[in-house]
Design a protein around this ligand. Structure first.
Ligand SMILES: Cc1cc2nc3c(=O)[nH]c(=O)nc-3n(C[C@H](O)[C@H](O)[C@H](O)COP(=O)(O)OP(=O)(O)OC[C@H]3O[C@@H](n4cnc5c(N)ncnc54)[C@H](O)[C@@H]3O)c2cc1C
Length: 290
């Protein structure tokens, strides 16, 4: 792609930040949406959907409670050979991962590889059956217990459990998470109720929040003036004509930023189709495959 003339500019955050805003990511430079719109004939928004779902219960601000996406990318960087200061480590810690999906599974695996003392994973929903009930679920996503290689490396899995509070330590551990207060749940007709008397205190020195992603990060879509769908993603269709175009002239959107947190295969497909849509918008026609 470089040989074909693509210029890659890494460490650049696209944002319209008020003066003095502290940005806590790895960008070294900022470019505003207005600069991009002025300099380029087309802009494709493909910034993903990594705004994590939070758990705003008492104690959320204690040290040691992190989003999965604060924890996992650091390890990716280390694996790629970068030296990091202050990496979040699970070594010798009781780790609780909140969220039973794929991101949670990645946290389980990484914590085990760090040498955690124990790894426990919480899921709000009840434990699914080992095998899906095909006639009941087809053609939808088959609901069954999924055990990843991360789980096989060691993990206590708890289902139908909710976290009520993060509990801090005392003395030298003041301000640091030391335990979670939990409650067991009963599910009936898709509704959950807390089971009275089922509260427990579970030790935790590191809590990783992996409860899914709600939308693209921050106010980037607002900064471009791009309309959002009901879930906060960029509004753009995948139609043959006019697909991937947003309401803002010259601005297109694809991948997770358009469809919400999804899969790599969808990002690849949308990237290719968006490339064709942009070629067509610029040239009037396109030979690119759709
Ligand atoms: C922990 C985790 C595990 C996953 N595991 C799998 C899996 O096993 N299989 C699978 O198929 N999918 C998996 N996914 C989903 C998959 O990663 C995404 O669907 C896919 O990467 C989306 O591609 P994208 O190009 O749309 O966005 P992304 O891959 O998210 O890329 C967006 C890029 O834009 C950058 N960016 C965002 N905002 C700005 C800005 N304002 N300025 C500059 N740059 C910006 C981000 O830093 C990022 O590099 C996983 C996702 C997560 C979070």
């Amino acid at each position: 792609m470089q040989a074909e003339g693509v210029t890659f500019r890494t460490g650049v955050l696209v944002a319209d930040l008020p003066d003095g805003t502290k940005v806590t990511n790895w960008a070294k430079e900022t470019v505003t949406p207005d600069q991009l719109k002025a300099e380029f004939d087309a802009v494709l928004l493909a910034g993903g959907a990594e705004q994590s779902r939070d758990l705003p219960v008492p104690g959320r601000d204690l040290q040691g409670v992190h989003f999965a996406m604060e924890f996992l990318p650091q390890q990716n960087k280390v694996v790629a050979g970068d030296k990091l200061k202050g990496q979040i480590m699970a070594t010798d810690k009781h780790v609780v991962v909140i969220g039973g999906g794929d991101t949670g599974s990645d946290c389980v695996g990484t914590s085990n590889r760090h040498g955690a003392k124990s790894v426990t994973q919480f899921e709000l929903l009840p434990m699914p059956p080992e095998h899906e009930d095909k006639p009941l679920v087809w053609p939808y996503w088959p609901i069954k217990l999924r055990t990843s290689s991360s789980h096989e490396e060691g993990c206590q899995r708890e289902f139908a459990i909710a976290t009520k509070e993060f509990i801090g330590g005392e003395g030298k551990d003041k301000g640091k998470v030391k335990a979670l207060r939990t409650v067991r749940l009963e599910w009936q007709g898709g509704k959950m109720t807390e089971i009275p008397g089922s509260e427990q205190v579970i030790p935790a020195d590191l809590v990783l929040l992996a409860m899914g992603f709600v939308s693209p990060v921050g106010s980037i879509l607002d900064a471009f003036g791009v309309d959002k769908d009901a879930r906060g993603n960029a509004r753009a269709s995948t139609e043959f004509i006019g697909g991937y175009a947003t309401n803002v002239p010259k601005v297109f959107a694809a991948g997770d930023m358009r469809r919400g947190q999804s899969l790599v295969v969808w990002a690849i497909r949308e990237g290719r189709q968006a490339a064709r849509a942009i070629d067509e918008a610029l040239m009037g026609a396109s030979d690119l495959p759709r």
